[in-house]
Ligand binder design. Sequence first.
Ligand SMILES: Cc1cc2nc3c(=O)[nH]c(=O)nc-3n(C[C@H](O)[C@H](O)[C@H](O)COP(=O)(O)OP(=O)(O)OC[C@H]3O[C@@H](n4cnc5c(N)ncnc54)[C@H](O)[C@@H]3O)c2cc1C
Length: 275
Amino acid sequence: MTTVPQLVEAARKSRSLLLGLRRAAQATSDGGPLFLAPRRGLGHLVERTIQGLDNAGVQFCPLSVTSLIRDGQRWRVEPGGEPFDAVVVATNATAAGRILSPDGPSGLFEIPTASVALVTLGYPAIDLPQGVNGVLVPASTGWLMTACSFGSAKWPHWANPGRSILRVSAGRDRDTRALALGDEELVDRLAGEMATALGIRDQPHTWRVSRWPDSFPQYRVGHTAQVERITDELRRTYPKVTICGASYNGAGIPACISSGRAAARTVLRATRELR
Ligand SMILES: Cc1cc2nc3c(=O)[nH]c(=O)nc-3n(C[C@H](O)[C@H](O)[C@H](O)COP(=O)(O)OP(=O)(O)OC[C@H]3O[C@@H](n4cnc5c(N)ncnc54)[C@H](O)[C@@H]3O)c2cc1C
């Protein structure tokens, strides 16, 4: 329910999960593309957000926060020592746990993360299966690859006659093999698996590796109740401090935006109540 609410919805509304998902996809895409991304890359979303906040007069102080210290009715952010009326901690749960130690909810340390490596492979034009944007690989295969997105077929701005781009992911919950491999070995292994999966005979002529350590929060059974316990405890011990982000109520970008908005509303309400 927390990780992929669309699955629950589809299962409830249809006699078949696959039929339900197909219908939901048709309804949301409205004939348009199923996947959307900023043409200039996801980093652009961050740049535009910062620009918008900057225009609205928000001041940015890039800082690696070590702790929050109570200072009467306010909170001092360390290092720096500047006091604030209210604080939103938008890091992942483990980092939030460290910032809120020693009195913060210990449950924050119990939400684990997985690390991911993304390898983008550029090939001369290759024949890819039609009608799909990629493949997912279950853990039971024992493969290093967890998914492959047919980038040049999925994104019109990546399409280029004469070349194909595949984006392959490795690393999942309790599988840290990709972390231990150097870039070249990782590329070799994943290109080899792609060759087996899709019958590709060519070698990639270009590649890029990007690593995202501890980036995917892993929701265990009971996650929702645990997040409720954490927020209750926080409300009691850290008034006017709240948490948000992918560790808590949904991991994708839309869920993170909702979570950020909810956190902002919570601290605004608390600030008004305590004044
Ligand atoms: C490879 C990959 C592909 C993905 N693809 C998609 C996708 O296609 N669609 C989608 O919807 N989602 C996707 N996601 C998920 C999405 O990117 C994340 O869920 C989202 O970015 C999480 O946002 P967040 O703000 O919770 O955390 P983050 O984006 O991790 O932000 C937390 C920030 O806190 C900072 N921080 C940590 N500790 C401190 C500290 N002590 N002091 C100050 N700052 C600190 C970090 O530097 C970081 O900038 C993908 C994720 C990965 C890793």
